[in-house]
Design a protein around this ligand. Structure first.
Ligand code: SAM
Length: 326
């Protein structure tokens, strides 16, 4: 499958999920199987791992890497938005641990035919699941300048969204289909890094554009929210979920989900007497986020932007005053 993929924050994930022999664990983004391998070792000799990935090539790679664990592993080509149903069909419920390691793998980035990389000499596809939805190429062909600008502003927090969208539409009208490398060059031409700016020379000027288009075609915001809700429903009381995100938009969704599910009343402002009926089901295990140390970042560039959050499903439903309900 090309170059190797080093799992990010792997010791921190295994320790904070606190799984052991006999545990039932779901790796919702099994990828090249790096985290899964360590989780299977930690749950040896009889723990089970359910691995999901939206990418068929990732499932094939995970099958190869995890073959030595035999019947302890079930791999399913699926989007993690259907985690609960997949886990139910696999007989894996309730789960003691759930991991999401979001985004794309080094394998996907290195495969030029997928178009994830700024250097790829192929049309930008950027779908995790090449059998579903529309590619970035199709999205660019179908969208108006205004729609493209909206995507770049919303999912990429790109301040120069309007200028970039205009240039992409002009390039599309002049020359038809672009490769990823050509798309990156169009963006760099109209929105170059500012000389002397904080990101100059470190981050490609098309980073936010590529991120936004990838998030749009993979419906990443929507599926992450469904995936987290599915994980909460699938966890056993006392079970834990760990989420590694790589950009602020993703981390915000995770942070807000954990905050909301850790509260009893979710009315805003808080009324004197709660009428919403919402009850806390989670507690945050990590204070803030866990990030990679300098040694790991030196070994693995992907680790530099990683943020890990961990939460535990409460062993009982609390009443509004914090005690167990009867
Ligand atoms: C960062 S990689 C995971 C690497 C893995 N932890 C390892 O150690 O090898 C992310 C993986 O998640 C998959 N993915 C992204 N979004 C997904 C989704 N909504 N459902 C299922 N898989 C998804 C990608 O296809 C990719 O293989």
């Amino acid at each position: 499958m090309g170059e190797g993929h080093l799992p990010v924050l792997v010791d921190e994930v295994v320790t904070s999920l606190a799984v052991g022999p006999g545990s039932s664990v779901a790796d919702c983004t099994v990828g090249g199987g790096g985290h899964a391998e360590r989780l299977l070792e930690a749950t040896s000799p009889d723990g089970r791992l359910l691995g999901l990935d939206a990418d068929r090539a990732a499932i094939a790679e995970a099958e190869r890497v995890l073959a030595r664990f035999g019947g302890r592993v079930t791999l399913v080509h699926a989007n993690f938005e259907s985690l609960y149903d997949v886990a139910s069909e696999a007989g894996a419920l309730p789960l003691d641990g759930v991991l999401f390691d979001l985004g794309l793998s080094s394998y996907q980035l290195a495969d030029a035919s997928r178009g994830f990389s700024f250097a790829a000499d192929a049309p930008p596809d950027m779908r995790f699941d090449e059998t579903a939805g529309v590619s970035v190429n199709e999205l660019i062909e179908r969208s108006t300048e205004r729609e493209l600008a909206g995507i770049l502003a919303t999912f990429g927090e790109e301040r120069r969204a309007g200028r970039i969208a205009k240039a992409i539409v002009a390039a599309r009208e002049a020359g038809g289909r672009m490769t990823s490398a050509e798309l990156a060059a169009v963006v760099a031409r109209v929105a170059p890094s500012r000389p002397g700016g904080a990101d100059a020379g470190r981050i490609h000027p098309a980073t936010r554009t590529f991120q936004a288009l990838r998030i749009a075609v993979n419906r990443e915001v929507e599926v992450l929210s469904s995936g987290l809700a599915g994980a909460l429903a699938a966890l056993a009381p006392g079970g834990r979920m760990a989420v590694i995100s790589y950009h602020s938009g993703e981390d915000r969704i995770v942070k807000r989900f954990i905050a909301r599910e850790s509260r009893d009343c979710i009315e805003d402002p808080l009324p004197p007497v709660c009428t919403c009926g919402h009850r806390a089901q989670l507690r945050a295990v990590t204070r803030g986020v866990i990030t990679a140390g300098t040694d790991e970042v030196r070994r693995n560039r992907r680790a530099r932007s990683a943020k890990l959050r961990v939460a535990e499903k409460l062993a009982f439903e609390r009443t509004a005053r914090g005690g167990p309900s009867t």
